[in-house]
Design a protein around this ligand. Sequence first.
Ligand code: ZN
Length: 255
Amino acid sequence: MASEPVDLPAQDVAAVVHRAFPGAVPAADYIAWTVAACAEHGMTPEVTLPILVTCRDEVLTDFKAFVSSSWGLTFSGSSLGGSFTMGRTGLDAARRHIPETELPLRVAFFVFPHVGIDADGVIGNIQRQGRANTSLACGAIITMREQFLSGEVRLEFDPTDPEMSLLRQRIAPHLLGRPVPDLVTITELVREAAVDDLVATGITTGGPIGDLAVFTGLLVNGPNETSWVWPNAATVHRQHEAVSIDLDIAQMRDF
Ligand SMILES: [Zn+2]
């Protein structure tokens, strides 16, 4: 019978996470920083709709709770793996949910595919509550990676597996004919594709949305069921001034 995992001391958890993801910060601290960083630009939680683009996995419950407790009820843009599948129609639906009294419309996007790391520093492994055995995160991205490694990849749309089909189709151009990268690199590809697809809707350069913020990075599911953010970029787009401002992620590390 497998034994229950022993909790690591907190400093050891941080050491394991930082070895693989230097500069990662506890997810709760990161989300608190996003509120402070946006407030300088008039984007307070009272007038801003948060939209989460991440995976469906229940291991992200903490992260989703941090976002909603700081930013209010979130519009879900989540799908298996964390692709940007809500598209222009999803954005339109989200836009209609903002009360007219809160015009101009303001939106904060959180684009965060996830990856696990266990107490031994093995990337892709996580210990889930109530399960003695090690589990995988992100299961969808790991499955996709294995399919590419096997050389047997279905690229047509499969209506019995729609989200995986879309994930494979979106990432295939980056992988076909090349060596399959490691899990962190492939998770980064998923993240970059999601941000590219979000930007391609035109939402960051005009349209009916007022100011918007885009926060992106990897969400790391660490040992002892901890959640970390490995930040990549944070940008506020001020539509009326047609400027994009890169927020200072370094500032967040002292937050
Ligand atoms: Zn996942």
